[in-house]
Design a binder for this molecule. Structure first.
Ligand SMILES: [Zn+2]
Length: 287
């Protein structure tokens, strides 16, 4: 299986699916929808000392946004990464593996508590193109359940392992009423394991409303993050969760985001799709 096949359903999903998005997805959108400033800012309001207002959601239709996504976690450095994100007022999207949610529940809970997006990245990271549809269903459902149990919330999107997408995965995503999120910029962090290379690759691939693939089990990704966030913010980017990106607001079950990602033949080069010995997934050592 040298070159994994990416099978694309040409746009049929949006027409064929009439079901509403998941409650969790819809709820997230409600909170993400920017309230009209006039609704609360009454002219009579006096500048009295108020408790710190909740930060307003970023409106990516008005400002430049980018979404950093972290796969295969919670990785063992996730706490360090979360501290960096908080310091930079940045939000991320974590595509979690159920097996690591089980071994590092506190990290998963902290991700949700601190307002990051959580996606479902299977339970044990098999190639969905090589297992049965029942297998795909079980991998995704088990992960939904453990994330809900640990964090109180269900993941709202699916990212299949290695970005491998076929008809069966789309069928299950439709059943589960969840959109599919891929990416359109890599970091190759798993391959280079170099802070400089990761930094350069992300800045090279950064674009407005882009979705970048990274891994929080790669130590260098976590250690370079303060510098990388500083550079992105200096370039005017607001670093947001995927659900804040303009195109993500209207996704229906089994839709693929970002637009065009499923047709991108180079995408798989960003993910560790080759010899499994080339990379080591986040070890479930609980440390
Ligand atoms: Zn993965």
């Amino acid at each position: 299986m040298k070159s994994p096949i990416r099978i694309v359903l040409a746009g049929s999903c949006a027409l064929g699916l009439l079901s509403a998005p998941t409650a969790a997805w819809a709820e997230q959108h409600r909170t993400a929808a920017a309230p009209k400033p006039t609704a609360t800012a009454k002219p009579s309001a006096k500048p009295t000392a108020k408790p710190a207002a909740k930060p307003k959601p970023v409106d990516c239709t008005k400002v430049k946004c980018i979404a950093l996504t972290f796969d295969d976690g919670p990785g063992k450095y996730a706490d360090k990464l979360l501290a960096t994100l908080k310091k930079h007022n940045a939000k991320a999207t974590f595509f979690l593996e159920g097996q690591y949610v089980k071994s590092r529940p506190a990290f998963a809970k902290q991700m949700v508590d601190e307002g990051h997006d959580i996606g479902n990245h299977s339970y044990t990271h098999p190639r969905f193109t090589e297992i049965s549809i029942d297998g795909i269903r079980e991998e995704l459902k088990k992960t939904q359940d453990i994330v809900k149990k640990v964090t109180g919330k269900y993941p709202t999107t699916i990212r299949p392992p290695y970005g491998l997408l076929d008809d069966d995965t789309k069928t299950v995503a439709a059943e589960m009423k969840m959109p599919i999120v891929l990416w359109n910029g890599g970091s190759r962090d798993w391959a280079t394991r170099s802070e400089k290379a990761i930094y350069d690759e992300v800045l090279k691939n950064a674009k407005r409303d882009g979705v970048i693939l990274m891994h929080d089990w790669v130590a260098q990704t976590v250690t370079v993050m303060p510098k990388l966030l500083t550079a992105l913010q200096k370039q005017g980017y607001h670093v947001v969760a995927v659900s804040s990106l303009p195109g993500a607001k209207t996704l229906k079950p089994a839709d693929v985001f970002p637009a065009g990602a499923a047709e991108d033949k180079d995408l798989s080069a960003d993910s560790p799709t080759g010899d499994p010995d080339d990379f080591a997934e986040s070890p479930a050592d609980g440390s």
